[in-house]
Write a protein that binds this ligand. Structure first.
Ligand code: FVH
Length: 295
């Protein structure tokens, strides 16, 4: 596939909070950037910073070989690109979506003569263009596209290529985000328990951070167990004891007038793992419980 536009030239469709942050980093790095947004007014400040504002999405796509989309969702990508000639284009979609949506988008783009790489952004807009903030983007799909444009793609944030399955960037993205929400749920429950007591949130905060940091070992521990399929070796807190202790967690929530809705699903999962075969699973740690999640 021949990209006749210069290496540091690209098109960006979508100037929401994230798209605008991305655009600014490419402009600051001296890239030639053509932009389009459904609501044209959002392009005004970027025009003043040097972006070329295209009147239509089709004109924006026609302007460059590399086309990046950062829109609200998969449906908005579909409606924006519908009917536009993608022949010879390198399409990178940074819109958050599911793995199946990414695979379908890849097949759709390739059927229209484009190469496709999907991206999952692990950063907020304020982390874009700030390397020390630690944000990065998962990429998967066409390795050739990624290698061709790697330098450009690395301008806004670090780039991690996670394979040629176009669904894998989204899968990594959603796996990490899902873990994050589990963490947020636990933190919310902890603050709810102490709310209204003579325990200031700012007193609890460093204790929570320290404890969650110490429990971070579970990430590697669960990976070890899943790889070996041995859930019993090296267990420091066995499942039978942990399930017995869940009663205390639930009664404390009751005493404090706090709903257990955020923590009870995980406690139930541990109990189901234990009761399925107490002799076999009582000596495990909690990692084995996740096997029950697979439908
Ligand atoms: N912002 C964040 O913290 C997260 C970080 C991780 C990645 N996400 C994903 O990035 C995508 C864009 O997010 P965003 O923050 O830029 O979102 P908005 O500020 O709401 O901008 C949305 C843009 O999408 C355009 N748009 C919406 N619907 C349509 C449509 N039907 N046709 C064409 N464009 C559409 C919207 O246009 P307008 O409202 O200004 O006219 C904005 O350009 C997203 O997938 C996040 O999950 C961000």
């Amino acid at each position: 596939m021949t990209d006749t536009t210069p290496r540091n030239s690209l098109t960006l469709l979508g100037l929401g909070d994230m798209g605008t942050a991305l655009a600014r980093t490419w402009l600051a790095a001296g890239h030639s950037l053509t932009v389009w947004n459904r609501t044209p007014a959002k392009a005004g400040p970027l025009a003043a910073e040097g972006a070329v504002v295209a009147p239509t999405a089709a004109a924006a796509v026609a302007a460059n070989g590399l086309v990046v989309t950062c829109l609200l969702d998969d449906a908005s990508v579909r409606s924006t690109l519908d009917g536009i000639d993608l022949t010879g284009k390198d399409l990178v979609d940074l819109t958050t979506g599911t793995p199946a949506e990414a695979r379908a988008r890849a097949a759709w783009a390739e059927a229209r003569g484009a190469r496709y790489t999907d991206g999952g952004i692990m950063a907020t807009p304020t982390m874009i263009g700030v390397p020390e903030a630690g944000g990065y983007v998962f990429y998967s799909g066409s390795r050739a596209l990624f290698d061709t444009h790697r330098a450009t793609l690395e301008v806004p944030a670090g780039a991690r290529f996670v394979g040629e399955d176009p669904g894998h960037a989204a899968l990594h993205d959603v796996a990490l985000l899902s873990a994050m929400y589990g963490l947020f749920a636990g933190i919310s429950h902890a603050y709810a328990l102490t709310e209204g007591e003579d325990i200031a949130p700012k007193e609890l905060a460093p204790l929570l951070s320290e404890w969650l940091g110490a429990m971070g070992f579970f990430v590697g521990n669960a990976a070890e167990r899943l790889t070996s399929r041995d859930f019993t070796t090296g267990v420091v807190s066995n499942l039978a004891m942990q399930v017995a202790a869940t009663g205390t967690l639930l009664r404390t929530a009751e005493e404090q007038g706090v709903s257990a809705e955020l923590i009870s699903p995980y406690l139930d999962l541990m109990r189901r793992r234990l009761t399925a075969d107490p002799a076999a699973h009582g000596g495990e740690d909690t990692a084995g419980a996740l096997l029950l999640l697979k439908k």
